[in-house]
Design a protein around this ligand. Structure first.
Ligand SMILES: Nc1nc2c(ncn2[C@@H]2O[C@H](COP(=O)(O)OP(=O)(O)OP(=O)(O)O)[C@@H](O)[C@H]2O)c(=O)[nH]1
Ligand SMILES: O=C([O-])CC(=O)C(=O)O
Ligand SMILES: [Mn+2]
Length: 630
């Protein structure tokens, strides 16, 4: 029920309600009525607004100014609020099976979590009323994609967290202009966020980071294009434009409107001959998208340009090309492991105007995390994300991490030195290749190519990876993460696969589909492949395939593999260039693959059940037959 605006006093702290279209006013009024903030602040996205807010947060202690950097700030969260909480993330639809597949009886479904509208009302009804008492409700008008662009979508986020306001300004396009756009278009995605800590707070506030981790709920209502998130201030839980909107809600919009919303980076690779190829790649969280999107090539003559590092919205144009935009405006990147060797472009990007969360801070007011050992003076003292002060070496010795493994930088994409000069082109870029990949310590070669589109969709559906710190999982295990979308699926995964398969229509130029694995290990546990900038060697091969070179690939049971020597190893350490190493990188142990495909089949059968599209079942049959004959 939407209350009459006239009946609800919207006490404005700042901003101008007259520019806000009536239906947006109603949305605000409804949640003022429910959440009871002490006032409403309508954001305009201006720099002054950010400056004022930042100063206030520094005064309060929520942000620490990083004195040796340019307009950079450190935020430390409550240690109980450091990652996405998949177990508390739900999709709410009337019909259960529009959200989740028909899993086999007795099987615990892993592809999406459904909640009934009645239960959602109960859960939210016990949380939202009065949840913003004593706090200001900020109204953030934002656009995913360039404002007003043909592939773009607007949203309004209500939040009681200033950290979220500042981060949303970096990650999305926040602008008062959007009230006009929404006034004209009508539609917008409703995003409601509360940290769940009304004043006076009942739970002890740690690190000036009020939150309510015991009661977290992240709820998506695809039919209403609405998101309600409660209890967490962190990342994908709270920056609602990102995973909740641009993946979970947008994948439903994409299903309805015939396009794709995917957990993919977008990059361009220009060969020494000057030919530019556009690539989209899906790897699960913390598996290398940001790194690949802006890699520094070690092969001479290649140029990489970054379009996006996490999310791609893609739609076929009238000429049958799949065009991709990056709906985001910033990078929310994993800090540990990032340094001037592995990812110099990310280091340059986050050297100014950046908010760091849960990293360490040097006594000089710089940042420190695991991976920066060689770039920070070893004699300098670092205060870790938990507040303990030690020298770098002592962190190492004690086994305590200076930065949380999921600590992040939140930084404007426009600052990336190799951002594509047309990265904000509202029409997007034509994708030549789609890559899937994960952390696969065993059995899976560095790169292979699907035989065709449907086989490629199976590669995505069968994606697995070792778990990382990006979500609440404990320990390392190989987990299925189909299409790198398991935590972000907005609807029934069987329907989603069907949607992918149905995209292949006559007259369309379908991208080629590949699978990569930078993470295969030697018997002594070290990586067989140098990774990072050397991944250009694999991209080089992929581009050759896109250009139709037949002599660089041979058929194998799992797809086309590079012919020996067709990956350029020039300049690599001798140990990488031996035939033995090639063998280790590309071997297909039969026992491993027999078991892998059996396990994948069992996973898809039990998890997707009768919703599994016939073409995927057929692809599984073919794969299993080919492997049996190995
Ligand atoms: N060995 C190896 N590690 C890599 C490579 N690329 C990335 N990594 C490591 O993987 C971790 C995550 O990399 P990111 O690029 O931030 O992952 P992401 O997919 O963007 O993660 P999200 O932002 O969570 O979606 C970092 O610690 C990297 O150092 C690679 O080619 N080889
Ligand atoms: O959602 C987040 O918190 C960060 C992210 O990009 C991911 O986990 O894939
Ligand atoms: Mn991500």
């Amino acid at each position: 029920m939407v209350p009459d605006v006239g009946l609800v006093p919207i006490r404005l702290v700042k901003g101008n309600l007259s520019k806000v279209p009536p239906h947006v006013q109603q949305f605000i009024a409804k949640y003022v009525q429910i959440c009871r903030p002490k006032g409403v602040f309508i954001c305009d996205g201006s720099d002054e607004e950010a400056k004022e807010m930042t100063e206030k947060l520094v005064e309060r202690g929520t942000l620490v100014k990083l004195e040796s950097m340019d307009n950079c700030y450190l935020c430390r969260t409550d240690p109980a609020d450091v990652a996405r909480v998949e177990s508390k993330t739900f999709t709410i639809t009337r019909e259960k099976f529009s959200t989740v597949p028909h899993v086999a009886p007795g099987v615990d479904g892993q592809l999406g979590r459904w909640m009934s509208p009645e239960d959602a009302e109960k859960e939210l009804g016990s949380r939202l009323p009065g949840c913003m008492k004593g706090r200001v409700m900020y109204v953030i008008p934002f656009s995913m994609g360039p404002v007003g662009g043909p592939l773009s979508k607007p949203g309004i986020q209500l939040t009681d967290s200033n950290y979220v306001v500042l981060s949303m300004r970096i990650m999305t396009r926040v602008s008062g202009e959007l009230f006009k756009v929404i006034g004209e278009q009508g539609e917008f995605v409703q995003c409601v966020h509360s940290i769940g800590a009304p004043r006076p707070v009942e739970r002890k506030v740690i690190n000036h980071w009020p939150c309510n981790p015991e009661r977290i709920i992240i709820s998506q209502f695809p039919d209403e294009r609405k998101i309600v998130s409660y209890g967490s201030g962190y990342g994908g839980n709270s920056l609602l434009g990102k995973k909740c909107f641009a993946l979970r809600i947008a994948s439903c919009m994409a299903r309805d409107e015939g396009w794709l919303a995917e957990h993919m980076l977008i990059m361009s690779a220009t060969s020494p001959e000057g030919k530019e190829h556009f690539i989209a790649a899906a790897f699960p969280s913390a598996c290398g998208k940001t790194n690949m999107a802006m890699l520094t090539p070690t092969l001479p003559g290649w140029k990489i340009k970054c379009v996006g590092d996490d999310i791609a919205w893609m739609r076929f144009d009238k000429d049958g090309r799949l065009r991709a935009i990056n709906p985001e405006a910033g990078f929310f990147g994993v800090a540990p492991g990032t340094n001037t060797k592995t990812n110099p472009m990310a280091m340059a990007t986050c050297s100014k105007n950046t908010i760091f969360t849960n990293v360490g801070m040097t006594s000089e007011g710089g940042v420190y995390w695991e991976g920066l050992e060689r770039e920070v003076d070893p004699d300098v003292e670092v205060s870790g994300w938990l507040g303990d002060r030690k020298k770098i070496g002592d962190f190492k010795k004690s086994g305590i991490k200076a930065a949380h493994p999921n600590s992040r930088f939140c930084t404007p994409a426009s600052q990336c030195p190799i951002i594509h000069p047309r990265w904000e082109d509202p029409e997007g870029f034509p994708i030549d290749a789609i890559i899937f990949g994960g952390r696969r310590p065993e059995g899976v070669p560095l790169v292979f190519e699907s035989f065709d589109w449907n086989h490629g969709v199976l590669l995505g559906a069968a994606l697995k990876s070792e778990t990382t710190a990006a979500a609440e999982h404990k320990g390392k295990e190989i987990m299925h993460d189909p299409m790198a979308m398991r935590p972000f699926m907005g609807y029934n995964f069987g329907d989603y696969l069907r949607h992918w398969i149905d995209l292949n229509k006559p007259g369309r130029k379908m991208p080629k589909i590949f699978h990569v694995n930078w993470f295969r290990l030697d018997s002594n546990g070290s990586f067989l492949w140098p990774g990072y900038g050397d991944n250009i060697r694999v991209i080089d091969w992929i581009c050759k395939r896109v250009d139709g070179q037949d002599n660089v690939a041979i058929e194998s049971p799992i797809g086309y593999l590079p012919t020996e020597g067709s990956i350029n190893m020039d300049g690599l350490n001798d140990s990488y260039r031996t035939p033995q190493n090639w063998q280790k990188l590309f071997s297909l142990p039969k026992d491993y693959w027999v078991e892998d495909v059996r396990e994948t089949r069992q996973f898809l059968d039990s998890q997707v059940g009768i919703d599994l599209p016939t073409p995927i079942i057929k692809q599984m049959d073919l794969l299993q037959e080919r492997i049996a004959q190995m």
